[in-house]
Ligand binder design. Structure first.
Ligand code: ATP
Length: 473
């Protein structure tokens, strides 16, 4: 892991954003817990997504489906048969790898060395072998290229096998009655199976969308890069149902809308790019990723997929229940086509943290701070009485009471004011409000701004409006 990511991971842990799960038992790989500021940040991101996707969009409504679903759901969706990654084990280190990732990383070393032709021939060969489901061929490629295990340094590999990423468990208390069910690997299917329920009960007309935020689970073979790839994570997905033939226009529209959203959140344009898929999943007729430049390179944060009528049609076949919509404008029944936008809440969290993490070094002093957009900052303002006496704490508490019903506010009276500013910088609080002796006389306070460190004198009566304005999106 590179140095910048390491700094961000330790910052996240040290300042209450993200901890390894069950850390006292040395953690659980690819599972993480969110701390006091982490949960606020994550909730803010989810709320912002929810508001811009449902409340602002008049033709999108939300649902909250269960994590467990009827097992046939995952037959119909294709996950039982094809939600696989090819894996390979090194016999000496006993370490497990994704066979495709080993080849891709090998190709990347040629790319970095300027041998683009070799890199392309490797990724091309890999794509053809995977397409043909030729796993023995993938192993041959790894062996012939002399790709070594980074741990053991040997190329003593097992066969390549397909590994299904779904977690399964049993429902039913008696062994004979028990049946295998899965933890959902994506939230989308909860939307598809409820398509007609929602359309009828919320009285929606095509085009319309259904949005959902919820946990998803994937038994990722290689869990790396902190919260980028987790085994338990949260997705924010929206399925937009459209008339067949109009899907590619909607696909473009949603790609643009989602890109604008990322820019509005403060992500610099230079760190975002679109990546069109050349190789499409079995259900798609167009697909792209929005990629962000993480410390470990440009990687997907959000997928926009034109899923055709694949899912609804398949559910119709398996359930024998019609999944059609009657379109009164054209007097026709049809299975709608679907455009999906799908983003991981945790991956967006990591993007936000990487973007915000700022180290300023100058001759006089250096400082580290998190430059969050105020709308998503975990704490909006810290109220800081200059001293612990002369009635300043009481006055500060009055200000806390004035603001706390609308904003997440912190009160702090320990340590010097400079130290307290520095501490708020580290958790990304946009405003520090200092209460001093003058406050007792004229009801004004000092606001210190996180990014510029500039200070100004403001009346207490203005605080609510100022914070509300800065934290609106
Ligand atoms: P990747 O290629 O990175 O595995 P994917 O193409 O399988 O991702 P999708 O199935 O399209 O991802 O899922 C949509 C979104 O869900 C992704 O853009 C990502 O933000 C998030 N996501 C997927 N898998 C994980 C994971 N293991 N941990 C965290 N977020 C994830």
């Amino acid at each position: 892991e590179n140095a910048q990511l390491k700094d961000i991971i330790s910052h996240a842990k040290e300042y209450g954003f993200v901890y390894p799960s069950s850390e006292i038992y040395d953690g659980l790989q690819a599972v993480y817990d969110y701390g006091a500021y982490g949960v606020e940040l994550k909730n803010n991101l989810k709320r912002l997504w929810w508001e811009t996707m449902t409340r602002v969009q008049e033709n999108i409504v939300g649902i909250d489906a269960a994590i467990f679903m009827h097992p046939t759901t995952w037959k119909a969706s294709g996950h039982v048969d094809s939600f696989n990654d090819p894996m390979i084990d090194n016999k000496d280190s006993k370490k497990r790898y994704r066979a495709d990732v080993l080849v891709e990383e090998h190709a990347a070393t040629f790319e970095r060395a300027g041998d683009i032709e070799k890199a392309n021939s490797l990724t091309g060969a890999l794509a053809r072998l995977l397409e043909a489901e030729d796993l023995a061929g993938v192993r041959d490629l790894i062996v012939n290229e002399g790709i070594k295990c980074p741990i053991s340094g040997t190329s003593n590999w097992t066969d390549v096998r397909q590994f299904n990423l779904m977690f399964s468990t049993q429902v039913g208390s008696v062994a004979e009655d028990a049946s295998t069910i899965y933890l959902r690997p994506e939230t989308a299917q909860g939307i598809f199976v409820n398509f007609l329920n929602v359309q009828k009960t919320a009285r929606m007309k095509v085009p319309f969308g259904i949005a959902q935020i919820g946990k998803a689970f994937r038994n990722e073979i290689v869990a790396r890069q902190f919260i980028f790839r987790m085994r338990e994570f949260e997705q924010m997905e929206m399925q937009f149902f459209v008339r067949p033939g109009t899907e590619l226009d909607w696909y473009q529209k949603w790609a643009e809308t989602r890109m604008k959203w990322h820019l509005a959140l403060g992500t610099p344009a230079a760190k975002l790019r679109k990546h069109d898929h050349e190789k499409l999943a079995h259900y798609a007729n167009a697909a792209m990723d929005i990629e962000f430049e993480f410390p470990f390179g440009f990687k997907e944060v959000e997928g926009i997929h034109s899923r055709t009528d694949f899912d609804l049609k398949s559910h119709q076949e398996y359930s024998k229940k019609k999944q059609q919509y009657f379109d009164p404008e054209i007097n026709q029944n049809y299975i709608p086509y679907v455009i999906e936008t799908s983003i991981g809440a945790d991956r967006l969290f990591l993007l936000t943290l990487c973007n915000a993490y700022t180290e300023e070094k100058s001759e006089e002093k250096s400082r580290t701070y998190l430059k969050f957009h105020p709308a998503i900052a975990p704490v909006k303002a810290a109220i800081l009485p200059l001293t612990k006496k002369d009635g300043l704490p009481e006055k500060a508490q009055e200000i806390v009471d004035l603001l706390k019903y609308d904003f997440n506010i912190i009160y702090e009276d320990a340590a010097s004011i400079g130290k307290r500013y520095a501490r708020q910088d580290l958790i990304g609080t946009p405003f520090c409000i200092a209460v001093d002796h003058q406050t007792l006389e004229d009801n004004t306070v000092t606001i210190r701004h996180r990014d510029s460190t500039e200070q100004e004198r403001v009346a207490i009566s203005e605080l609510h409006g100022r914070i509300a304005e800065a934290t609106s999106f």
